[in-house]
Write a protein that binds this ligand. Structure first.
Ligand code: TXE
Length: 483
């Protein structure tokens, strides 16, 4: 069993008071590692180290820090398989998915921001008698708090631009998935990143996470997680005038118009609903189908769902494996029971998935991909974030109804529209209150584009310029040259 440590001021160490937590493999229920149960004193050490390291790090040129990002990307790329295996073990996700998405994107995040930095030109504004130079400085120390669904993918999405812009970091990964954050710390240590530039504290959200939010020396918080926790983050950090970026939950609509290419739309809707067992904030957990195509679309959709391979995370052919924990399984199952009480029909799934060696009595958190029909689009199951392999289906007649249904939740993160008429798709997209709409695709990401939600899905944008802007303080230097 692995013993994972904090990484503070260039050293791997247990928590100050020696407390620790067990980390489980959700596919088997076995303990795979321990992690420190850090408290405020650990955050104090991490923040002090980060504060000491920040001036020298900030004094490096953008190009020097971009070179660090290149080195980190290269080193992580060499560990691609190790990262994928660890992520699959920690989250219960299929190994093929962990390789294709998690491990690959963790490298890409560092590489992208290094290259993006090199494309930046200094912004200037000329006056008749003066010249203005817009300058970006690091904020100082930033706190990065990340969830369990895409552990290193999301942590690296924050660490790369934070370091690039001259910040030093205190990071806290989810206590459910600490392994790949530890690999990142090991990698930075092997590369001799100056001590204190990156610090990692493990533990529980209300303890160590809360201490990060409350620390007066931490100037910005980038948080990805649930909307309820996001409220606590905002309530704690906003009165301290910390800069905040909140990427929260979603209840995204996949809208199938009657002129959609059926085959492409079916495959796209299945991918949107069930990638990572529906545990992606961008997942299309509400399927809105135009009435005239419903009889053709729905049987094909259900057949495609039933053809998915459910199996152990280590099985190369698995498309659906365990979800994150037994506790989360119970939450998702409670929504399936609620759907029945709300008058819904289970069109497929709805039960624990029994696969090969993983029997009904196994300790894994397996749930078959589940499609529910017959519910009002205003029902709780159709408006609350379930964050599991569950999609509800709703039928609409007109585009106005599609808009009304799509907007009938407190969330507004993403959505997709499937149509051959791209102009119609774009017009519909503009009526939907979300940060991102894909047309005839889903989770198709150009890392330069703005990423973030409206309504209760979050505050702020990350990606490209938006990440550079968030992780820096923009100042203006106005110069009159007396010569
Ligand atoms: O997330 P939390 P949970 C949604 C999804 C899920 C629900 C709850 O619906 O069912 O949120 O999941 C840390 N101060 N998403 O409880 O708690 C925590 O330790 C500071 C959507 O697992 O939001 C972890 O590191 N930090 C989401 C991080 O917050 C605190 C991804 C996220 O965990 C804290 C995950 C506190 N008081 C869940 N309390 C997405 N947007 O992709 C907890 N944390």
């Amino acid at each position: 069993m692995q013993e994972v440590f904090n990484y503070i001021d260039g050293l791997f160490s247990p928590s100050v008071d020696g407390g620790h937590l067990e980390n489980l493999n959700p596919a088997t229920g076995e303990v795979i590692s321990t992690i420190p149960r850090s408290l405020q004193a650990d955050v104090e050490h991490a923040a002090s180290a980060a504060l000491r390291a920040q001036p020298a790090w900030n004094a490096l040129s953008l190009e020097q820090r971009a070179l660090w990002l290149d080195r980190i990307a290269d080193a992580l790329e060499e560990k691609h398989e190790h990262i994928a295996q660890s992520e699959s073990l920690d989250t219960g996700k299929p190994i093929a998915l962990a390789r294709r998405v998690d491990a690959a994107r963790s490298v890409d995040n560092f590489r992208f921001f290094a290259e993006f930095a090199r494309e930046q030109t200094e912004m200037t504004f000329k006056m008749d008698d003066a010249m203005n130079y817009v300058h970006r400085n690091g904020l100082g120390v930033v706190g990065l708090i990340t969830p369990w669904n895409l552990p290193l993918y999301l942590l690296s999405w924050k660490v790369a631009p934070a370091l690039l812009m001259g910040n030093t970091v205190v990071a806290k990964p989810s206590e459910l998935t600490p392994l790949t954050a530890n690999i990142l710390a090991e990698t930075l240590h092997e590369l001799n990143l100056p001590k204190g530039v990156f610090n990692l504290v493990h533990g529980l959200g209300p303890e160590v996470g809360q201490a990060i939010l409350e620390h007066p020396g931490i100037k910005g918080i980038s948080f990805t997680g649930g909307t309820a926790t996001g409220r606590i983050v905002a309530a704690t950090a906003a009165p301290m005038f910390k800069k905040l970026s909140l990427e929260l939950g979603g209840k995204n609509a996949t809208i199938i118009l009657d002129d959609a290419d059926l085959d492409i739309a079916v495959k796209g809707a299945v991918r949107a609903a069930f990638t990572n067992s529906g545990q992606v904030c961008l997942c299309g957990s509400r399927l809105l189908v135009q009435s005239s195509i419903a009889d053709a679309f729905l049987p094909a959709f259900i057949a495609e769902v039933e053809a998915m391979n459910i199996g152990a995370p280590s099985d190369e052919t698995s498309q659906i494996s365990s979800i994150i924990s037994r506790e989360h399984l119970h939450k998702v199952e409670s929504y399936i029971e609620l759907a029945l009480q709300e008058g819904g029909d289970i069109l497929t799934g709805g039960t624990r998935a029994m696969t090969g060696p993983v029997g009904p009595d196994a300790h894994g958190a397996y749930l078959a991909p589940t499609v529910i029909g017959g519910l009002s689009h205003l029902s709780r199951c159709a408006t609350e974030e379930i964050f599991g392999p569950v999609v509800t289906v709703h039928i609409f007649d007109t585009l106005e109804q599609a808009t009304e249904m799509a907007n009938a939740t407190e969330y507004g993160l993403a959505g997709s529209i499937w149509t051959k008429d791209v102009a119609q798709g774009r017009a519909l997209a503009q009526t939907i209150d979300t940060g991102i709409v894909w047309i005839n695709t889903w989770l198709h990401r150009d890392l330069r584009t703005p990423f973030g939600g409206v309504k209760n899905s979050g505050v702020g944008r990350e990606g490209g310029q938006w990440s550079l802007g968030f992780f820096s303080e923009t100042t203006n230097i106005c110069v009159i040259d007396p010569k």
